[in-house]
Design a protein around this ligand. Structure first.
Ligand code: NAD
Ligand code: UD1
Length: 336
């Protein structure tokens, strides 16, 4: 089976491509490198010991995208490509809507023209907004609080409408919780531009000496120790979920949403503790005000994915910290 992977050079895409190749899938990557380095591709090729077909193409370039589909004759698409920084999406919303929503519309039209009807889409737990209760089930109400989240929600709605209009489509909407960790080799991992927005890369950069101290955003939430609770999931587990979703699409399930999380929530202070334990590094931190838009607790009920996809997360918080730290300590400046 031949799979076109948009955004396949990014953090989650690169980890997924490794597993796809190891499972015998033929791969074509389409990525414009707006948020990834070509070095990541070389590292992936080194890990799987194979040359990978790569097109440096923007999803906004519909003609080029269509040409790739005509040439490659793929059977399914995994669609990772998108911009993902919440703060930036508030500052430049049109750019986010254009890249994420219009990019996806182009992809869907090109897929339709080329009779490709199987799609795995990267959605996010952000579509649950501020959940009324946790753990979160797939049928909880959906909402968004920022342009990034709204772009994911819009795309989800577009996909559901598309399926309603034509039942030949098979679409797995994967709602990721908080991806962390890295490939066990330490060769690939998350390489944020500038100051990291997310917790784990910030912690690893403090540990490696690139940042002085972590700002913990609030300790007055109604949680175990007052700091925010999230469902961190190892990127290797997350990648495995995409292979299970592809296997499901072959059985014509229609358009279905799945939570990909572990079902366990950890507070910021618990993550710092786990990280200290596995790395032996002290993490300097101070408590500051809450970050606007943050919620107290967010974790998945992952049982639907287990029942329907036969997928569940294997790795716990210690392994997530251990692999994040191996990547950061072996590559203090990421792919630079
Ligand atoms: P990433 O930025 O590392 O990877 C995305 C890739 O898509 C990058 O290589 C980028 O160059 C490429 N890309 C972006 N816009 C493109 C375009 N118009 N044309 C071609 N390529 C384009 O991000 P990631 O963490 O691997 O996330 C992958 C997907 O998962 C994204 O859609 C993201 O919104 C979603 N997601 C990520 C997280 C997370 O915390 N990492 C959580 C939930 C959902
Ligand atoms: C963020 C995004 C969300 C996205 C998710 C995964 C926001 C408001 N939300 O969510 O849309 O889907 O990433 O990419 O940006 N924390 C600190 N100090 C830091 C960084 C984070 O205390 O420097 C805390 C946060 O308050 C939160 C937890 O750590 O409680 C996790 O934060 P983060 O990694 O940014 O993920 P989310 O807030 O879940």
């Amino acid at each position: 089976m031949k799979i076109l992977v948009t955004g396949g050079n990014g953090y989650i895409g690169s980890h997924t491509v490794i597993q796809l190749i190891n499972a015998g899938y033929e791969i074509v990557i389409v990525d414009n490198l707006c948020n990834s380095k070509i070095e990541a591709l070389s590292r992936v090729e080194n890990i799987v010991n194979t040359k990978i077909k790569f097109h440096k193409v923007d999803l906004l370039n519909k003609e080029k995208l269509n040409q790739i589909f005509e040439d490659e004759k793929v059977d399914a698409v995994i669609h990772f490509a998108g911009l993902k920084a919440v703060g930036e999406s508030v500052e430049i919303p049109l750019h986010y809507y254009n890249n994420n929503v219009v990019g996806t519309l182009n992809l869907l039209e090109v897929m339709k023209n080329n009779k490709v009807s199987k799609l795995v889409f990267s959605s996010s737990a952000t579509v649950y907004g501020d959940p009324h209760t946790v753990p979160i089930l797939e049928n909880f109400p959906l909402s968004a609080t920022n342009p990034y989240g709204r772009s994911k929600l819009m795309i989800e709605e577009i996909l559901r409408d598309l399926y309603k209009s034509d039942n030949n489509w098979d679409i797995a909407i994967l709602r990721y919780f908080n991806p962390v960790g890295a490939h066990e080799s330490g060769k690939i991992g998350e390489d944020p531009n500038g100051i990291p927005n997310n917790l784990m890369p910030f912690i690893t950069q403090v540990a490696v000496g690139k940042r002085e101290s972590l700002a913990v955003f609030g300790n007055d939430y109604p949680t175990v120790d007052g700091t925010g609770v999230r469902d961190y999931i190892h990127v290797v587990d997350l990648a495995a979920g995409h292979l299970k979703a592809l296997e499901k699409l072959v059985k014509n399930p229609g358009c279905v949403e799945y939570n990909l999380g572990t079902g366990n929530g950890y507070s910021v202070l618990q993550v710092i503790d786990a990280f200290k334990k596995v790395s032996g590094k002290e993490i300097a931190y101070s408590i500051v005000d809450r970050r606007a838009g943050d919620i107290a607790a967010c974790y998945a009920d992952p049982k639907f994915a287990k029942e329907e996809l036969g997928w569940e997360a294997k790795y716990g918080i210690d392994k997530m910290c251990e692999d994040s730290w191996r990547w950061q300590s072996q590559n203090p400046d990421g792919y630079e």
